[in-house]
Structures are given as structure tokens and as C-alpha cells.
Design a protein around this ligand. Structure first.
Ligand code: NAD
Length: 286
């Protein structure tokens, strides 16, 4: 039986979510996506126009397929949480059933149980502000979109995961080390995400017999990273200072995700795995 993977946080072919989808597709998984509601239209249009065809190509020459593409906003758990201005926003009003609980229900109805859950999303509205200048609202928004969203997904998808299943998210070493510029509470959000990975590994491990891990990735020029504003400097810094002097490819993260999500990693859970050309082990920039 092909394994089924639900991936939240794909809206183009540039980020880690896409690369993970591709690595899983190469390994024979069926894939469905949860796409952020405001990004769904453009993603679908680009997809239908063939804009992603070259990056959809698998090694056997076929194109990666998606079983289902769902609108999703990981900041809301049920419709009761959705404020009026979002519900009536024209980018949301045309879509249905995009809260986390509703997406899980749709997945169960359309597709049945899943084996793999991928959380590849983050958002911090005040990311460009230093922590010292971050508002309470901005900080809580960063935690809601980037950390609680994982808890919500494991809560709602856990019951439809097959035993032996596996969950993965993406984190960043700003949780442990000071990365000036990664602000707005995003460093705090990643610290929470890593701690939650351990607690969820225990709780969901016992309850659903699934594993929960996170990958601490090096810098990649994705859409989200470009919004932070200094990604080119981070890529250059990593290139100059990491033990392995090369630019990180999204596919390298995709491959490690594929390993952690597979039975090859059946005894690995609650782990933060660095996929960063080794930058995290350096103590002194050279
Ligand atoms: P990306 O832009 O490809 O992915 C982020 C996705 O999150 C986008 O598709 C966006 O639509 C989605 N999203 C934002 N808010 C959402 C919400 N409320 N509900 C649902 N989806 C939402 O960028 P990426 O860099 O590949 O980011 C993926 C993950 O990798 C993030 O957790 C990010 O923090 C992490 N990461 C990135 C880097 C980097 O340098 N790019 C480094 C380490 C970790």
C-alpha cells in the first residue's frame, strides 16, 4: 500500500514543503496539500497553467500528482474561532472548510487515514521588528501561526493517523542562538515548536503510536524567508562559515524529511535534526 502524506504549507515550488512533497512522491507516497487560503488561488492557477511542471518532474519522468488540495488556515481550529472580518474577506469567503478541524474532517472523508503529517509553515507579522519592540499581539500571532498550529494539527489529525505514522515540522536555530533580525517573536515560536516536538512525541506517541520530529534547516531563499529581508546575508554567512561550504538545497531537507518520516527512522522521535551544512556546530565564525 502506498503511504498517504498530508502536507500543510505549500504555496509554490520554492519552499521546503514542496521539496518534502517531492521526496515523498519519489518514495512512492500519495500526497495531499493544505494551502494557505489567501495563497490558494494563485497556487492553483499556476499549477493548472503548468508553471510548476518542470519542478513536478520525478526521476521516472512522470509528474508529481496531488490527490487533494485543500484550502487551510492553521491559525483557526474551528469556524467558531474565525472573526467576522476574516470570514467575510473576499479571499476567504469563496472557500469552505479551511479551519484545521474541518480540513482533518475533509481528509478523513475524501481520503481516509494518513500515515504522514508535514507542518511546513510559519508566520510572524512583526518578524522584522526586534523582540524588544514586538507587540503582544505580534508575538502571540507568531506563536499561533508557527507553534500552536503544530499542536492543533497533531490534535486533529492524530485520530486519523495509522499507527507507525510520523509527523514532521521545520524549525530554525534562532530558537537556541541569537540571530539578530529574526524578530517578532519568531525565535520564541521556534523554541516553543522544538519543546512541543518533544512533548508531542511522548503524548501522541502513546496515544496514536506516531513519531514527532522537527528539522532545523539552514537558510533557503523561499518566499517566507525573503519576507524577513536578510536571507541573502544568511545564505552567504552559512556558505562562508559552515563546515560544508555549499548552498543548502531544499531537496536536501526533503530527503532527510523522507528518512525521518519513513520506517528507517522507526526509533527516532522527539528529535531536532539539523540539516544546515553543519553551521550549528560552529562556535567561532572563521
Ligand atoms: P514557504 O513560504 O515556502 O512556506 C511557508 C508556508 O506557510 C507558505 O506556503 C505559506 O502560505 C504558509 N502559511 C503561512 N501562514 C499560514 C497559515 N496561517 N496557515 C497555513 N499556511 C500558512 O517558506 P519556507 O521557508 O519553506 O517555510 C517552511 C518552514 O521552514 C517554516 O516553518 C519556516 O520557518 C521553516 N524554515 C525556513 C528556513 C529558511 O531559511 N527558508 C530555515 C529554517 C526553517
Amino acid at each position: 500500500r502506498d503511504k498517504k502524506a498530508f502536507i500543510a504549507g505549500v504555496a509554490d515550488d520554492q519552499g521546503f514543503g514542496w521539496a518534502i512533497a517531492k521526496a515523498l512522491a519519489e518514495a512512492g507516497c500519495e500526497i495531499s496539500l493544505g494551502v494557505w487560503v489567501p495563497a490558494l488561488n494563485i497556487f492553483k492557477t499556476s499549477f493548472e497553467k503548468g508553471k510548476f511542471d518542470s519542478s513536478r518532474k520525478l526521476s521516472d519522468g512522470s509528474l508529481m500528482q496531488f490527490a487533494h488540495i485543500y484550502p487551510m488556515d492553521a491559525v483557526f481550529d474551528t469556524m467558531a474561532d474565525v472573526p467576522e472580518e476574516v470570514a467575510t474577506n473576499k479571499r476567504y469567503a469563496g472557500n469552505k472548510a479551511w479551519t484545521v478541524s474541518e480540513v482533518a474532517e475533509s481528509v478523513k472523508k475524501d481520503w481516509g487515514n494518513v500515515d504522514i503529517l508535514v507542518h511546513s509553515l510559519a508566520n510572524g507579522p512583526e518578524v522584522v521588528k526586534p523582540l524588544l519592540e514586538t507587540s503582544r499581539k505580534g508575538y502571540l500571532a507568531a506563536l499561533s501561526a508557527s507553534s500552536y498550529s503544530l499542536i492543533s494539527m497533531v490534535q486533529r489529525f492524530g485520530p486519523l493517523m495509522n499507527p507507525g505514522g510520523s509527523v514532521i515540522s521545520l524549525t530554525y536555530n534562532a530558537s537556541n542562538r541569537i540571530i539578530p533580525g529574526y524578530g517578532g517573536g519568531m525565535s520564541s515560536a521556534k523554541a516553543a515548536l522544538e519543546s512541543d516536538t518533544r512533548v508531542l512525541a511522548y503524548e501522541a506517541g502513546r496515544k496514536y503510536k506516531v513519531r514527532v520530529n522537527t528539522i532545523s534547516a539552514g537558510p533557503l531563499g523561499s518566499r517566507a524567508a525573503k519576507a524577513i529581508g536578510f536571507i541573502d546575508d544568511m545564505i552567504r554567512y552559512s556558505y562562508e562559515n559552515a563546515p560544508v561550504q555549499k548552498e543548502l538545497a531544499a531537496s536536501e531537507v526533503g530527503n532527510v524529511a523522507c528518512f525521518l518520516l519513513s520506517p528507517l527512522a522507526s526509533a527516532v522521535t522527539g528529535h531536532v535534526m539539523f540539516v544546515d551544512n553543519g553551521l550549528n556546530v560552529m562556535g567561532l565564525a572563521t
